[in-house]
Design a binder for this molecule. Structure first.
Ligand code: IPD
Length: 271
């Protein structure tokens, strides 16, 4: 029968589909920023909050022993993840909030299930297109039933690179300097505006690699599992786990050259 991670993925997919419907419905009704967070351009919409609340409430009802880490409301949980199989759910209700705000059809609901500090299942769904990427640890990554294997490109100079920027101006200046050093060494750069989808696009080879500094767990928990289950290396610098300092996702042949470039450009440094 289906193992525990498969059951968690089924829950996550069901939650993500409902959440996607809510987000799309609210988008169609018209969206405006209701508040700003870290900076004046780091916006939150009513939908970010409503969607996260909907996901958290459902999780508390169906898995009261679990905890949830969400982008908008932080950590909460009826139980303290103390059951026999305690799970921490890592939720980004809307990744790509700026796209959502502008009506660009490129944003995502991202839900991951973590057991004992390891992400074991994840789903990323784009409500505007219906694209849905999933993975279970050890079970491969899929989009619409098709198994994902990443790019077969082996030359970094031919690589299409996805990346993104944080909201803090000082960090952006550093990220732009890194990008200036990289863009002459690769095919081109893409800045799509939703890090969770960047990882899924790398998983399916629609970009060859992606990297970003400053990501939070909710941006990369699900997408990172999807990329690694597609055969990509998903790491930070010098073998550290991917985290706020840096995330690099690349097929094995491109990982070394990209890592070397980014290390030389001090991509994990700066604010
Ligand atoms: C942002 C997006 C963006 C990335 C930023 C994230 P949000 O998430 O994923 O692509 O470059 O670093 O903060 O704010 O839209 O949930």
């Amino acid at each position: 029968g289906a193992g525990f991670p498969d059951e968690l993925l089924a829950i996550a997919v069901d939650l993500a589909r409902r959440a996607a419907d809510t987000a799309a419905r609210m988008r169609a009704a018209g969206v405006s920023a209701v508040a700003t967070k870290s900076t004046a351009t780091d916006v939150v919409t009513a939908a970010d909050r409503a969607v996260e609340r909907e996901i958290v409430e459902t999780l508390h009802r169906i898995r009261p022993q679990d905890t949830v880490l969400g982008e908008e409301y932080g950590t909460g949980g009826a139980g303290a993840a103390t059951g026999p199989d305690p799970v921490r759910w890592i939720v980004d209700p809307i990744d790509g909030t700026v796209n959502y705000l502008y009506g660009l059809p490129h944003y995502a609901v991202s839900i991951a299930a973590e057991v004992a500090g390891v992400v074991v299942a994840g789903v990323v769904r784009n409500p505007a297109t219906g694209d849905e990427w999933t993975a279970v640890r050890g079970g491969g990554a899929y989009r619409d039933g098709r198994r994902l294997t990443g790019s077969t490109e082996t030359d970094l100079r031919q690589a299409l690179v996805g990346t993104g920027f944080g909201y803090d101006p000082a960090r952006r200046a550093h990220q732009a300097a890194v990008l200036a050093g990289l863009i002459t060494q690769v095919r081109d750069i893409r800045r799509f505006g939703a890090a969770a989808i960047d990882l899924c696009l790398a998983a399916e080879g629609a970009v060859d690699v992606c990297y970003e500094k400053g990501l939070n767990a909710w941006d990369h928990a699900a997408g990172g599992l999807i990329a690694s289950e597609a055969g990509l290396r998903v790491e930070g610098l010098d073998g550290r786990p991917a985290g706020p300092d840096l995330l690099i996702a690349a097929p094995p042949a491109l990982f070394g050259p990209l890592h070397e470039r980014l290390a030389r450009l001090n991509a994990a440094g700066g604010p």
